[in-house]
Design a protein around this ligand. Structure first.
Ligand SMILES: Cc1cc2nc3c(=O)[nH]c(=O)nc-3n(C[C@H](O)[C@H](O)[C@H](O)COP(=O)(O)O)c2cc1C
Length: 152
């Protein structure tokens, strides 16, 4: 699929069929995220791959109970890494690590589209609840969640 087609095809998917994406596809999506540009190439972001029913339910509860979130077979949580970005001072903490996480999420989203998978960007959530639900430490700031699955 060429880039024009990927961009044309991408749309928010909030309804999923029962099929679970292949492990290899999920690995390729995460690998695409890791290829994103980042400030000073510090890659000041972390990606959590959430698969279990308990994890997805807890994330749904942390995102204003948007029910489609627990129905997606996979969730990718992108966090800004405030520790890794320390060399860039205040601007790094406030901006660069958030941008790193955001760009990585976009790369993942476009790769998922190219693989024929549906995604939805989720930004409406309680950061503390998401951090708790994912077990991520305080220096990781949740920036975006991507749902991933086959569109119904
Ligand atoms: C920063 C951001 C936050 C978003 N948060 C949510 C969300 O919490 N729940 C949701 O269902 N969609 C969310 N979306 C998806 C948008 O609603 C969607 O991208 C927009 O309506 C355009 O539709 P499209 O993605 O199909 O082109 C978010 C998108 C962005 C970029």
């Amino acid at each position: 699929m060429d880039l024009d087609t990927v961009i044309e095809k991408r749309h928010s998917v909030r309804s999923y069929c029962g099929m679970v994406p292949a492990d290899n596809d999920m690995e390729r999506i995460v690998a695409a995220a890791r290829k994103a540009p980042s400030a000073g190439n510090l890659k000041a972001f972390k990606v959590f791959v959430l698969r279990s029913g308990t994890e997805r339910r807890r994330m749904m509860e942390s995102t204003l109970h948007q029910t489609f979130i627990s129905e997606a077979p996979y969730l990718l949580l992108f966090c800004a890494d405030l520790k890794a970005i320390e060399p860039y001072g205040g601007r790094g903490k406030e901006l660069f690590c958030v941008q790193d996480a955001t760009i990585a999420a976009v790369f993942a989203m476009l790769k998922a589209t190219e693989l024929g998978l549906g995604t939805c960007w989720v930004g409406a959530f309680d950061e503390d609840k998401v951090r708790e639900a994912s077990g991520s430490p305080p220096h990781l700031r949740p920036v975006a969640i991507l749902t991933v699955g086959d569109e119904k």
